[in-house]
Write a protein that binds this ligand. Structure first.
Ligand SMILES: [Zn+2]
Length: 149
């Protein structure tokens, strides 16, 4: 099977991925659940995003049916398509009342998402630095000691 996080091939019953070290959850691994998680999973862009810009885009563009465009700014194409489709059905199904609610929902959600993305970027940078420090320096030290003896 494939690691849920880094996508590399690991043993079918491995509890932890040998490449990224993250735990594999075998219990909730039904195909539909995997797809749903993939669909709403946040991508981590290289640059941090401005929550104020994201919220403004969601609110202002929401009035002209372009609320999902804010997700493109946040580089979350899965969320763009998901909300684009939801919006198509939500407005006629609620007899137009969704039109009033959607700009606020987009603004709030995109603001929160920008903050979460920024948090993930910072956490990712810290995580990578810590990993390379441990793996690189510690291994070199133990190797040189062995060679010396
Ligand atoms: Zn992995």
């Amino acid at each position: 099977m494939f690691c849920r996080y880094c996508g590399k091939i690991i043993g079918d019953n491995d509890q932890f991925c040998q490449y990224c070290g993250r735990e594999q959850n075998h219990l909730g691994s039904s195909e539909s659940l995997k797809k749903r998680l993939k669909l709403t999973e946040l991508k981590t862009p290289k640059e941090t995003k401005n929550p104020g810009v994201a919220a403004s885009m969601g609110f202002l563009l929401g009035w002209i049916f372009l609320g999902p465009v804010g997700y493109i700014y946040l580089e979350q194409w899965n969320w763009f398509w998901l909300t684009f489709i939801v919006q198509l059905f939500a407005i006629p199904l609620t007899f137009g009342s969704a039109y009033i609610v959607l700009p606020v929902v987009f603004a709030f959600h995109q603001y929160q998402m920008a903050k979460e993305i920024n948090g993930n970027i910072i956490a990712g940078r810290d995580g990578k630095n810590a990993d390379t420090d441990e793996a690189g320096i510690v291994n070199e030290d133990s190797n040189s000691k062995e060679e010396g003896v």
